[in-house]
Design a protein around this ligand. Structure first.
Ligand SMILES: Cc1cc2nc3c(=O)[nH]c(=O)nc-3n(C[C@H](O)[C@H](O)[C@H](O)COP(=O)(O)O)c2cc1C
Length: 359
């Protein structure tokens, strides 16, 4: 194979990607009440359409999956219509976009939701830590309710329904957020999954929820090639812990490696062990590596065939024209963490592109 770099075309499902740079899913807390994305998001995503692929901010497949302030969902016609305006704007600029399904499970505060249902988890294990709410400021995370066995098929089916809704909203595909300590990772991890039924105990049982969610999404999409997954092995974020992440994640990736999925997105948060080189050979399909990449380290992992795509988060957040800046070797805007989740246009729509930049 010819040398691949960040600017080489690629292919995901039936479309060409213009390059090998994927914009990471990033929650921005700009949605309106009741999980409807705001019109500000139209311009935000359209500004970044030169990415090879955009992964949306985390979107709750159903209201019980919401947890943070001002975050969106995709379960009803009002939400679908609002997303359609966003995907239309991205497509009009030649971009492609997947929807990320983020069911937060126990990482939720009731004041941030439009449902009375209590937060759920494989087991009733409270997460240490607090969460921002607009009405009560910082609040302790509540103790979640353990899912009953008979409820699990319904939670999985919500991912299938959300897939249909996302495709109706014009998304090119869907991603299962199985990282960062949210519901699918709560099933994978031993501290949050203390079940003794078919969804708990052995690694084979703990991966069952993720495999079944991917199957539901595949069935709803009509093809696995429209379905991706994100994992973050051993990442301690959101008070999550697994006794043996190497066993858990090798078991998972072996189980999903031949499903024909669009891609496996691995967020590497610790230097050792190297989950990229451990998991890539187990997965037949595009491999997307993320976590702290620069232009040089991105090109390096592509050149040594350690990945097919490189994920960029904060750099895409602060540089709408990141692809152009990398290609031309131009300076980069710094990101401002104080506006990541602040609401409003500031720190969202006003990062300069090179033409308007003073740098
Ligand atoms: C503001 C912000 C919001 C994020 N929200 C999400 C999210 O909704 N879903 C997700 O999978 N990851 C989320 N992440 C993690 C990113 O997708 C990415 O994995 C992480 O930022 C590491 O990549 P980077 O070093 O290139 O920024 C978020 C990161 C940031 C900075």
């Amino acid at each position: 194979m010819a040398d691949v770099n960040l600017f080489t075309q690629g292919r995901i499902d039936r479309f060409e990607t213009k390059n090998r740079m994927i914009m990471a899913p990033m929650t921005r807390s700009r949605a309106l009440a009741k999980g409807v994305p705001s019109d500000l998001a139209i311009e935000y995503y359209a500004q970044r359409a030169s990415a090879g692929l955009i992964i949306s901010e985390g979107i709750a497949p159903s209201a019980v999956g919401l947890g943070y302030a001002r975050t969106p969902a995709i379960e009803n016609s009002e939400q679908i219509a609002a997303w359609k305006k966003i995907t239309d704007a991205v497509h009009a600029k030649g971009g492609r976009m997947f929807a990320q399904f983020m069911h937060v499970g126990r990482i939720a505060h009731p004041a941030n939701r439009y449902t009375d249902e209590s937060p759920i988890c494989p087991s009733a294990v409270k997460a240490a830590g607090q969460m921002w709410t607009d009405t009560l400021q910082m609040q302790d995370l509540p103790t979640p309710r353990a899912l009953e066995l008979k409820e699990i098929p319904g939670v999985i089916e919500d991912y299938g329904k959300a897939t249909k809704n996302a495709l109706a909203a014009g998304f090119d595909g869907v991603e299962l957020h199985s990282a960062s300590g949210y519901l699918p990772m709560q099933f994978l991890s031993t501290n949050t999954n203390q079940r003794s039924d078919a969804y708990g105990g052995s690694a084979t049982n703990r991966i069952r929820f993720v495999v079944e969610a991917l199957e539901a999404m595949t069935k709803a999409a009509g093809s696995a090639s429209k379905v991706g997954i994100k994992i973050s092995p051993a990442m301690p974020f959101n008070d999550i812990h697994d006794a043996d992440p190497v066993e858990t994640y090798t078991t998972l990736v072996k189980a999903i490696g031949n499903m024909g999925l669009a891609y496996l997105h691995v967020l590497k948060s610790l230097p050792e062990p190297d989950y990229f080189s451990m998991l890539r050979p187990l997965f037949k399909g595009a491999f997307a590596a993320g976590g702290g990449f620069t232009k040089d380290s991105g090109n390096a992992i592509l050149a040594k065939q350690g990945a097919d795509y490189v994920i960029y988060g904060k750099l895409f957040l602060s540089n709408p024209d990141l692809v152009f800046r990398f290609a031309e070797g131009l300076p980069l805007n710094e990101w401002d963490p104080t506006t990541f989740y602040a609401g409003g246009a500031e720190g969202y729509l006003d990062y300069p592109t090179v033409k308007t930049s003073t740098v």
